[in-house]
Design a protein. Structure first.
Length: 248
């Protein structure tokens, strides 16, 4: 992937960008690395990267291996692929992207349009998406079983909007056969959203959303318990605070 004749000079393909020299590099938990192409305050850096990475269970981080987190201004979407831009793109843009090489995963975060917390959550969502194809057969089977039990018990809600839309596309509106491929697409979206929300809850207290479109507390707790079993929290972290324990 390279430049087209009409590509502005300030745009760099992400595959080229990650081959650059990033010195000095800051060190994060799990021996991950961080570099920023933009000026960040200590508070922004802490919220965008350091705190969410620190909350990430070591079992998840080890599954991904070496990761370099790169904070950039914008990630624009062109016909030739994603590019780094110093200026706000006129067209479609991403909040995160990644390039996997034999040496490491390069995770790019676009930081100009989001506040620090939202960028931190984009990091967690990206980690969850990278984790999904690295799950073992037994881990996938455990998540499948949990979702199938929810469906049998008529649970209609989901962890977030993306997972809800995917679930509604899978569940038939009338009697009919459900394809395994549709279930697996739903399963993947649901896992990614659930894993991201799990680490989000480890990072800081999260308000539990209630209503027919959301998971009841019992199902939410079962999901978090499964995540805890598969990827135990680091020492000193817990996914639910005392108020949730008492509500149950």
């Amino acid at each position: 992937m390279g430049f087209t004749p009409t590509t502005p000079k300030d745009l760099t393909p992400i595959t080229d960008y990650v081959q650059g020299s990033f010195v000095p590099l800051s060190r994060l938990m799990h021996e991950w690395e961080f570099h920023s192409a933009i000026n960040l305050s200590p508070a922004e850096e802490r919220t965008m990267v350091r705190e969410p990475v620190q909350a990430l269970p070591s079992a998840m981080a080890q599954r991904l291996g070496k990761v370099r987190v790169l904070a950039v201004s914008y990630i624009a979407c062109l016909e030739t692929g994603d590019v780094i831009s110093r200026h706000k793109p006129a067209g479609e843009a991403h909040t995160a992207a990644w390039v996997e090489t034999p040496e490491r995963i390069n995770l790019l975060l676009a930081c100009r349009e989001l506040d620090a917390h939202d960028t931190g959550f984009e990091l967690l969502g990206s980690v969850a998406e990278l984790l999904r194809p690295r799950l073992t057969h037994s881990e996938i089977a455990a998540y499948n079983q949990m979702l199938e039990e929810e469906i049998r018990h008529g649970v209609r809600g989901e962890i977030d909007e993306d997972a809800l839309n995917s679930k509604q596309a899978y569940l038939p509106t009338r009697a009919g056969r459900r394809s395994r491929a549709q279930f697996e697409r739903y399963r993947d979206v649901s896992f990614i959203s659930t894993a991201a929300e799990y680490v989000h809850g480890l990072w800081h207290d999260v308000q539990i959303r209630v209503g027919p479109e959301h998971l009841p507390i019992t199902q939410l707790r079962r999901r978090m318990d499964l995540m805890t079993e598969l990827f135990p929290p680091n020492s000193g972290y817990r996914v639910f605070d005392e108020s949730v324990e008492k509500a149950e």
